[in-house]
Each structure stands twice: as structure tokens, then as C-alpha cells.
Design a protein around this ligand. Structure first.
Ligand code: C5P
Length: 199
């Protein structure tokens, strides 16, 4: 069975938590596509060469979840050659047997426009910055993290190639006023319904 769930949205909106919960619930494989860009950004040297030669070791290195790695990722992610080098791997993953959930910025628009379910998960910049700041162990100031979140949003939304954008047929889920379990339940219901329609 091929069944792809595409989850897009800005940093710290809850995509990762929702994706992991969905993967567990339905037995789907999960790919956090941000990790690919983070690994490219942290590899050093020419980012295009780094993207073309990305290895499992690069994806396992320490520090990929740091704020600095997120920043480096969003800088290399504006390069069309970097994005192009990562397309096939993501598309193969999306169509793997048994179902897959991919979270990122362009999954429903560019990587997998034919995904069976598309969710666009978002939240206010202030809420997302607070979550990131608490996650990072209150390292640095909240204002600094908020400025970074805003800068990253601007770069992701403003880039010419595959900008952060909800697909026209995506369901938007604003998690600003939601608990984690409410957001997860909402996503599970959407997927269960789509799976039932196909059965
Ligand atoms: O989701 P995460 O915060 O790990 O993503 C880091 C950065 O990688 C994003 O800010 C974005 O610039 C880039 N990215 C992307 N396309 C994706 C996933 C991530 O451009 N599918």
C-alpha cells in the first residue's frame, strides 16, 4: 500500500511531534526532511557538493537539532541545486510500501503533490518561539529566539524555489491555542477518515 502524509509548516509549529505520533499510530515510516537540510548546512564546504554526497553518517551527527543548525539549514535551503539533489530520496521515501509521513516546508507542494493527506501546521511566531526557547533549555533569551524564528520564516517564505506555502488542497491546523494531544488527535482523525475512504 502506498499512502503519503505530507506535513508542512514553519519552524516549531508542532510538525515533528504530530508526524511521530502519526507514524506510531498507523505504522508509517517517518522522514523529518528538515534534518536533510540541517545535515547539509552543518557539513561545511560547498553546500551543493554536500547535498549530492549526503550519507547516513551525516544524518546521525551530533548537534543537528541546535538553533545554529536550523539557521545553517535555512541558508543552504535557498539554493535550487541543493533542493534538487534531495528530491529523489524524499520521493522514494514518500512512496515506500506501507505508508510514509514526511514533514518539511514543500512536501505537499513540490515533493509529493499527489500525497493522500496534506496538513499545513502553523502557530503564531510568539508561540513557536516560546516552544523553541523552552525546548532549548532556556538557552539565550526568548527575544533572541523570536527574532530567529521571524528571520527563518521570512527566508523560508520569501525564497524563489519551493517557498514555504500551504498547498491549495492542504488542511490548515493552527496549533497556537491547542495542546499537543488535541493537535495529534485532529491529525489522526483526518488520516483515519482518508484511510477509511480508500478501504
Ligand atoms: O524543520 P526544520 O526546522 O528542521 O528545518 C530547518 C530548515 O530547513 C528550514 O528553516 C528550511 O529552511 C529548510 N527546510 C526546507 N524544506 C524542507 C525542510 C526544511 O527548506 N522540506
Amino acid at each position: 500500500m502506498h499512502f503519503t502524509v505530507a506535513i508542512d509548516g514553519p519552524a516549531a509549529a508542532g510538525k515533528g511531534t504530530i508526524s511521530r505520533a502519526i507514524a506510531r499510530e498507523f505504522g508509517f515510516a517517518h522522514l523529518d526532511t528538515g534534518l536533510l537540510y540541517r545535515a547539509v548546512g552543518m557539513k561545511g564546504g560547498d553546500p551543493i557538493v554536500a547535498a549530492r554526497s549526503l550519507s547516513p553518517d551525516d544524518l546521525a551527527r551530533d548537534g543537528l537539532r541546535s538553533l545554529a543548525a536550523g539557521e545553517a539549514a535555512s541558508r543552504v535551503a535557498v539554493l535550487p541545486e541543493v533542493r534538487a539533489a534531495l528530491v529523489d530520496f524524499q520521493r522514494d521515501f514518500a512512496r515506500r510500501e506501507g505508508g510514509a509521513v514526511l514533514d518539511g516546508r514543500d512536501i505537499g507542494t513540490v515533493i509529493c503533490p499527489e500525497a493522500e493527506v496534506k496538513l499545513f501546521v502553523t502557530a503564531s511566531a510568539e508561540t513557536r518561539a516560546r516552544r523553541r526557547w523552552l525546548e532549548a533549555g532556556e538557552d539565550g533569551s526568548y527575544e533572541e529566539v523570536l527574532a530567529q524564528v521571524r528571520a527563518r520564516d521570512a527566508r523560508d517564505i520569501g525564497r524563489a524555489d519551493a517557498p514555504l506555502l500551504a498547498a491549495p488542497d492542504a488542511i490548515t491546523l493552527d496549533t497556537t491555542e491547542m495542546t499537543v494531544s488535541q493537535a495529534v488527535e485532529f491529525a489522526k482523525d483526518v488520516i483515519a477518515q482518508r484511510l477509511a475512504e480508500r478501504a
